[in-house]
Design a protein around this ligand. Structure first.
Ligand SMILES: *[C@@H]1O[C@H](CO)[C@@H](O)[C@H](O)[C@H]1NC(C)=O
Ligand SMILES: *[C@@H]1O[C@H](CO)[C@@H](O)[C@H](O)[C@H]1NC(C)=O
Ligand SMILES: *[C@@H]1O[C@H](CO)[C@@H](O)[C@H](O)[C@H]1NC(C)=O
Ligand SMILES: *[C@@H]1O[C@H](CO)[C@@H](O)[C@H](O)[C@H]1NC(C)=O
Ligand SMILES: *[C@@H]1O[C@H](CO)[C@@H](O)[C@H](O)[C@H]1NC(C)=O
Ligand SMILES: *[C@@H]1O[C@H](CO)[C@@H](O)[C@H](O)[C@H]1NC(C)=O
Ligand SMILES: *[C@@H]1O[C@H](CO)[C@@H](O)[C@H](O)[C@H]1NC(C)=O
Ligand SMILES: *[C@@H]1O[C@H](CO)[C@@H](O)[C@H](O)[C@H]1NC(C)=O
Ligand SMILES: *[C@@H]1O[C@H](CO)[C@@H](O)[C@H](O)[C@H]1NC(C)=O
Ligand SMILES: CC(=O)N[C@H]1CO[C@H](CO)[C@@H](O)[C@@H]1O
Length: 335
């Protein structure tokens, strides 16, 4: 009897806690719903994508662009509204989506800056705001969101310097700030971006030296520093090194031989002079090399033609493209 009673009591208690936690989650999901409805009411939605779909008669988790965490607590974890023609500013209410892990607003026409309330979204792992019209300084609070792996802010009108906090994001794998109006230099004393693989700051107004020490060079796969005013000193094992239209000068360093994984090397439009060093032959994975609009001269080392991956793709036209402006010297005859 006692056993049955206590069994019933435990059953009741389990039911009580289950219901309580369910109501609490529902309540919190309704906070998510409120935040999303506020978002919908405050942005301009000319194609009525949201207006026709985000209806209170349907579960939030079934709304277009919304995904929820099925396994954990059912809260909104993803907001993906890519290419929906939305515009306006981002209302602070999104900062209430406290379980948000992925935010993708690419390809809309949002302007202004991110509200401070975004700093609360500490579970975010992916932020893609590219191809919008966001402006103002890059928000430094983004750099405090320590779980972020992909931060894609390319093709906006962000200004100011890259905040120091961005160089402190230890989980960051992709940082894409391309096609903005970012100025200043990359800080030399910034802490390491231990996990960075892709760093794309092409088409900005950065200047100064590139402190390679900032990066964990071993992991980096893509660095695109094109169309800036940067100058650099040394680099290491990357797959793509694109330094086009910058202010690199001096000779191609012998240390280039260590870039054994490099597939694409774009040096176009710099002030690099002198000959291609013999060590160039160490680039045994090279498939594409562009060096036009520079002042290279002298003989092309035999080792250059010894790169088998390059041989496969090389033709007279590519040779012409690569060596456009190249000041061949007499030694060319020996090659
Ligand atoms: C639900 O919201 C309440 C108050 O808003 C909060 O205290 C609680 O931690 C939240 N629970 C979950 C699972 O998010
Ligand atoms: C979501 O929609 C599906 C099918 O449209 C339906 O079966 C499911 O019950 C809905 N879920 C909620 C929570 O409304
Ligand atoms: C909302 O859009 C989804 C697809 O994105 C669709 O499956 C669903 O039926 C739509 N719901 C309403 C109420 O229009
Ligand atoms: C959501 O955020 C707004 C603005 O940040 C705030 O005023 C409001 O109280 C929040 N709502 C809920 C339900 O938490
Ligand atoms: C954002 O969504 C678009 C469209 O679905 C997709 O192409 C893009 O890769 C997404 N961004 C990220 C960083 O995954
Ligand atoms: C970097 O992170 C550490 C620990 O989270 C913090 O103490 C430090 O202030 C941060 N530095 C910057 C520049 O954000
Ligand atoms: C860097 O971003 C630009 C513009 O978004 C893109 O065109 C370019 O391909 C990217 N660079 C690399 C090396 O991926
Ligand atoms: C190239 O790598 C070798 C080891 O593989 C190392 O000893 C040497 O110092 C490196 N040279 C340069 C110039 O970085
Ligand atoms: C060309 O490659 C072969 C095999 O890797 C090597 O033995 C030879 O020294 C190379 N020749 C030149 C000129 O670098
Ligand atoms: C600021 C900026 O670079 N905007 C460009 C974003 O991309 C569109 C086309 O995809 C261009 O037209 C804009 O000039």
């Amino acid at each position: 009897m006692g056993k049955i009673t206590s069994f019933l009591i435990s059953l009741l208690m389990i039911r009580y806690f289950f219901t309580a936690s369910l109501t609490m989650n529902l309540k919190n999901l309704s906070a998510d719903e409120a935040a999303l409805l506020e978002f919908m009411n405050r942005v301009s939605d000319p194609h009525k994508v949201l207006a026709n779909n985000w209806s209170a008669s349907n579960s939030v988790c079934n709304w277009t662009g919304i995904s929820c965490d099925d396994s954990y607590n059912g809260r909104v974890k993803g907001l993906n509204l890519a290419n929906m023609g939305l515009s306006g500013t981002i209302p602070p209410h999104l900062g209430n989506l406290s379980f948000l892990a992925s935010l993708n607003l690419t390809g809309n026409d949002f302007h202004g800056n991110l509200p401070q309330e975004f700093g609360r979204l500490t579970r975010l792992k992916l932020i893609d705001l590219s191809y919008n019209a966001f402006n103002g300084e890059l928000p430094s609070f983004l750099g405090t969101l320590q779980k972020v792996k992909l931060l894609v802010l390319g093709n906006n009108s962000f200004t100011g310097q890259i905040p120091l906090t961005f160089f402190n994001m230890s989980n960051l794998e992709t940082l894409d700030l391309s096609c903005n109006s970012i100025q200043g230099s990359i800080p030399e004393n910034a802490e390491n971006l231990q996990n960075l693989k892709i760093f794309n700051v092409t088409n900005n107004q950065l200047n100064g030296f590139i402190p390679w020490s900032v990066f964990n060079i071993l992991l980096l796969q893509v660095v695109d520093l094109g169309y800036n005013k940067l100058s650099g000193r040394k680099c290491s094992s990357l797959q793509v090194l694109s330094l086009s239209d910058n202010r690199f000068d001096g000779l191609i360093p012998a240390s280039i031989r260590n870039l054994t994984s490099l597939k694409r090397l774009v040096l176009t439009g710099n002030s690099i002079q002198g000959t291609i060093p013999r060590e160039f032959g160490g680039l045994r994975s090279l498939e594409y090399f562009a060096a036009s609009k520079m002042s290279l001269s002298g003989p092309i080392p035999l080792s250059f033609f010894n790169i088998s991956s390059l041989q496969e793709s090389i033709s007279l036209t590519t040779l012409y493209r690569v060596f456009f402006n190249y000041k061949f010297s007499v030694q060319w005859a020996y090659v």
